[in-house]
Design a protein around this ligand. Structure first.
Ligand code: SF4
Length: 243
């Protein structure tokens, strides 16, 4: 009676608009997936179940940020990276504790993924937080994770990691040259790149059909992407993925 209707209600088309910059949430993603998303290649609609899972993550973000506001420690929320940078993105919230500011990156995690974070944050979350620390000039931050099933919380306080930020910026500078200047499809990731992956991205990739055929151009898509602001791609959630 209702389940099919609700699935249909939540299902939605996803269309990335072509752009000429990266999102912070793309750190740790397959470079080919980034190419296809940044060039506006079409992908399958988001199914109702995945859309609802993403909504649960959004609700948790709101609930936690509201609580931080209630505690009177929020300095700012949803702060955008200054324009003109290689990356675009908005940090979740900045709080002040004992006279120090901290950028807080909120993540909700599937129980399996949450258990994997027993001793440290997920690598891509760590790097995302590092980029915010870099762009905001704040020397410390917190990855705050909530277990989606139990609402258990875990936090990881980390200092600014200059060498890692330099490595990520250099890596994405090379990708910018390849994708946005030369307009070339990045090569297939090898074992070296995949070693950093938290899960098999190919298994859940919405662009796998294009990738298999090495498709680099689609008729009707612009060659030079016009910039568009603040519309982050929604990456497909997986068993191991968290938002
Ligand atoms: S199928 Fe794998 S290698 Fe190809 S774009 Fe997707 S994640 Fe990348």
């Amino acid at each position: 009676m209702l389940v099919d209707r609700l699935d249909q209600y939540f299902q939605r088309e996803e269309r990335d608009r072509p752009r000429d910059y990266f999102y912070v949430s793309e750190v740790g993603k397959c470079p080919r997936q980034i190419y296809y998303a940044a060039r506006g290649f079409p992908r399958p609609p988001l199914d109702g179940l995945t859309a609802r899972k993403l909504a649960v993550g959004d609700d948790a973000h709101r609930r936690l940020v509201q609580a931080l506001y209630g505690m009177g420690i929020v300095v700012a929320a949803e702060v955008p990276i200054p324009p003109g940078n290689l990356f675009h993105g908005r940090c979740d919230v900045i709080v002040s504790l004992d006279g120090k500011n901290y950028v807080v990156e909120i993540k909700t995690a599937h129980p399996y993924s949450f258990d994997q974070m027993a001793s440290g944050p997920r690598r891509d979350h760590y790097l995302q937080l590092q980029l915010y620390l870099h762009y905001f000039g704040i020397p410390q931050g917190i990855v705050l994770a909530e277990n989606k099933a139990t609402q258990e919380l875990r936090e990881f306080v980390v200092p600014y990691d200059k060498p890692e930020v330099a490595r990520v910026l250099e890596q994405f500078e090379r990708l910018r040259e390849l994708v946005f200047v030369r307009g070339e499809l990045p090569p297939l990731p090898g074992p070296e790149e995949k070693r950093d992956w938290e899960f098999d991205q190919c298994r859940y990739c919405p662009y796998a059909a294009f990738c298999r055929e090495n498709v680099a151009r689609l008729p009707g898509l612009p060659e030079a992407p016009p910039a568009s602001e603040d519309e982050q791609p929604v990456w497909r959630e997986t068993l191991f993925d968290v938002d």
